[in-house]
Design a protein around this ligand. Structure first.
Ligand SMILES: O=C1O[C@H](COP(=O)(O)O)[C@@H](O)[C@H](O)[C@H]1O
Length: 259
């Protein structure tokens, strides 16, 4: 194989029985990605998701005695515009179940400053990511920082990170982190944009529950409408994406396949 040519993007959909199995397999995938990155480059750069789905994963990681935390560099792929001790804070949730646990001492924890003016917080975070997450300077990803792993979720409306349907951040081509107004929630969110997400070496999307079944169906097997279904734009340009989903979320696709 010609090593100078980018490899085609790879998408895997892995279906597991339920939320517990999803947590178990996600933990295996995250630790495998960490070991690979640490073996190759000495450190592991990961961006975490918020929401309810990854919470048990973070608790499972906190209990894993084999994780070499001093090589982990932890970031967030999105944040709510609230202080870190607010119940809605994505950082706050991770702090509660992972970062405050005994023995969990990552080399670096960089949260988005949800308490600042959103445009300032986004610009600051982009500068931090550019400084601390190396780019590969290859033909495809250029000077965009490449996370070893970006964890994402998906809402029942097809949003991922804080990239909501029909919001301005979906069209962003240059900036890596933006303040995204979300009229449907009457709020603004801080979020990675697709140029940063899709430069990652690996993306893991966690989707659980019957309330996500229609969106998962439409995102994975429906017509391409990324403005209405932002998760359709998860498409790593030189990496791999794994959709790790449970049967409740997958059942409409399964029914389609049975027809
Ligand atoms: O608002 C958010 O929602 C998505 C999905 O969350 P979940 O509770 O349905 O798992 C999440 O990925 C994102 O980080 C969060 O801010």
């Amino acid at each position: 194989m010609d090593q100078s040519q980018p490899r085609p993007p790879q998408r895997t959909v892995e279906v597991v029985a339920d939320r517990d199995a999803l947590t178990y397999v996600a933990c295996e995938l995250v630790t495998a990605a960490a070991n690979l990155a640490i073996g190759l480059r000495g450190v592991f750069t990961i961006a975490l998701a918020g929401g309810s789905t990854p919470r048990p994963l973070y608790a499972a990681l906190a209990r894993d005695p084999d994780i070499d935390w001093k090589r982990w560099r932890i970031f967030w792929s999105d944040e709510r515009c609230v202080p870190p001790d607010h119940p809605d804070s994505n950082y706050g949730m991770v702090h509660q179940v992972l970062l405050s646990q005994p023995g969990v001492k990552p080399q670096l924890v960089m949260r988005m400053a949800g308490e600042l003016e959103p445009e300032v917080a986004a610009a600051n975070y982009e500068a931090i990511v550019r400084e601390l997450v190396p780019a590969a300077y290859d033909q495809v990803t250029g000077d965009r920082p490449r996370f070893d792993l970006i964890l994402l979720g998906m809402g029942a409306d097809g949003h991922t990170a804080s990239l909501f349907p029909h919001t301005p951040a979906l069209a962003e081509q240059e900036r890596l982190v933006v303040a995204n107004p979300v009229p449907a929630l009457q709020t603004t969110r801080l979020t990675f944009t697709f140029p940063l997400i899709n430069a990652a070496r690996r993306i893991l999307v966690l989707v659980s529950g019957a309330d996500k079944a229609q969106a998962l169906h439409d995102v994975l097997v429906g017509p391409h409408r990324p403005d209405a279904l932002p998760a359709q734009a998860i498409h790593p340009v030189a990496g791999q994406v794994t959709w790790l989903v449970d049967e409740a979320a997958f059942h409409l696709i399964e029914e389609d396949m049975a027809e």
